[in-house]
Write a protein that binds this ligand. Sequence first.
Ligand code: B12
Length: 219
Amino acid sequence: MTKSIELKQQYFFECLSQSVVDMDEKQAKKIAKMIINESMDCNKAIEIGLSGGMARVGTLYETGEYFIPDLLVCADVVQEAMTVLRTGLIQNPLSKGRVVIGTIFGDTHDLGKNIVILFLMSAGYEVLDLGKDVSARSFVDEAVKWKADIIAISTLMTTCMKNIKDVIDLLITENKRKQFRIIIGGKPVSFNFATIIGADGYAENAVQTVKLLDTIFSK
Ligand code: B12
């Protein structure tokens, strides 16, 4: 890619990020459409523009400049722009593996999980989205029913971290732990936490999640 195209792309991603911060849905969708029309990298647009924009919104919330209603509007802008950008993601007809994913019980944050889903699907994984506030029982039942290879669990709340362990404990109790690999993600969790609770992997963002699964499936 030439330097000028790269700079142009970067500029579009920054504008997208700004439209999330500005709560400007119309502008976000307009930029998303332009990104597709210009055949720019939609994965990067999601990661840098939408994820990056939401990270900036998070900081504004933490510094007391934005409040919950603002977060809700920004989240809507991200979801709407995502529906446009997903049409530009490369559709991979392969099925590299089956992933059941959800946000853990007690937690309703789902933007990050939804981004992870888009990345996994475009990388060739089949994904079943269980949504948010998902109980350990549902994770296990759906994974069994759907013959999943991977159970992927998201949380953004420290108070819900312990609920992830409930899924692992339930699998152990029912003698099903060996049927699935468990990966976790979300702001408060880490590689160390994954190791402590007996999960098989942790990824920091959507790009790393694809890399993690590619590594797991190459073994
Ligand atoms: C947007 C937001 C909301 C929105 C959520 C909208 C939605 N549809 O998701 C709304 C307004 C609804 C909301 C509500 C609440 N929120 Co809130 N929210 C946020 C905020 C600002 C941004 C989160 C976000 O969307 N980030 C952008 C996404 C793209 O990033 P991400 O989620 O981290 O995802 C990436 C990675 O983590 C990773 N990843 C994510 N999931 C997974 C899963 C797997 C398997 C893998 C491998 C990787 C992975 O990949 C993703 C993409 O790259 C954060 C602050 C922050 N800085 O994070 C607070 C924050 C998470 N919220 C917080 C709180 C407290 C709440 C409320 C309790 C507030 C209230 N008083 O009602 C409620 C929660 C109610 C509930 N029970 O769930 C706290 C949590 C504190 C804590 N220590 O637990 C935070 C940290 C804010 C703060 N500093 O106080 N919130």
